[in-house]
Design a protein around this ligand. Structure first.
Ligand SMILES: C[S@@+](CC[C@H](N)C(=O)[O-])C[C@H]1O[C@@H](n2cnc3c(N)ncnc32)[C@H](O)[C@@H]1O
Length: 235
């Protein structure tokens, strides 16, 4: 199943900022990156989309950063917004870089668009190939436990979703600010752990950012229910 029609949504997506639930997902990324890499690190943003995540990381001081994506529409948007940025298309599932190239592979909200566990394992194996021996993979994903939970930026409250959540269920999702409808695969922690193990990678930590009262948003379920999961992996 096609989760997103980026030929239609690439330019809307290019407008997405780092506000609301996205702020929550990315707010601890500066500290995590700092823990695992210095500013000279070679960084890959896998599934960079319209470049939002790449620009976020580059603005933290990581200058040697490249983006790759399977969508030519998204790569076009990324290049339009950032003419000097390095963005490349992934063809035939191969990351267009040599073995042992990167200190950090970053990825945000990509596994939600992959509908098969074997494909997730293949992507992780490809990460292993281009990752340096002492490198780290940092990826953000979201896991929904109850479609009725209330998020400030997203809603899953659709009739179609109204059945018991099971493995890899495809969930209809509204990005409220942009009125974009998506269909994401809802992998569980169990499945991520399975895929990571199958790819012979190790989990360094799983960080779950939460919303707090002293922040600039009126959080809803973000204050009490885990939603964004940040996995840090190594070889
Ligand atoms: C939700 S967007 C996230 C973009 C960006 N990381 C961000 O946070 O703004 C997901 C991106 O993953 C890309 N994608 C989906 N499946 C992919 C795959 N198997 N390999 C690489 N990129 C993929 C899509 O084309 C899309 O640009």
């Amino acid at each position: 199943m096609k989760t997103h029609d980026y030929s239609k949504y690439a330019s809307n997506y290019a407008d997405l900022g780092m506000t609301g639930s996205y702020y929550m997902a990315f707010k601890d990324i500066p500290f995590l990156l700092e823990e695992y890499a210095n500013n000279d690190a070679k960084v890959l943003d896998y599934g960079c989309g319209a470049g939002r995540s790449l620009r976020f990381i580059r603005d933290l001081g990581y200058k040697d950063i490249a983006g790759v994506d399977i969508s030519q529409d998204m790569i076009n948007e990324a290049k339009r917004l950032d003419r000097m940025g390095k963005y490349q298309l992934i063809e035939n599932s191969i990351i267009p870089y040599d073995d042992n190239t990167f200190d950090i592979i970053f990825m945000s909200y990509v596994f939600l668009e992959v509908g098969n566990i074997d494909d997730i394992i293949k992507i992780l194996n490809e990460f292993k190939r281009v990752l340096k021996e002492n490198g780290h993979i940092i990826f953000i994903t979201s896991i929904v436990k109850n479609i009725k939970d209330k998020w400030i930026s997203f809603s899953y409250d659709f009739e179609e979703n109204n059945k018991p959540l099971n493995h890899c269920q495809n969930l209809k999702l509204l990005i409220k600010d942009k009125n974009i409808i998506l269909h994401d695969y809802n992998w569980t922690e169990y499945e991520y752990e399975y895929a990571i193990k199958k790819a012979n990678l190790k989990i360094d930590k799983v960080h779950i950012p939460m919303g707090y009262d002293n922040e600039k948003y009126e959080w809803l379920s973000e204050k009490s229910i885990p939603y964004n999961y940040i996995y840090v992996l190594h070889k």
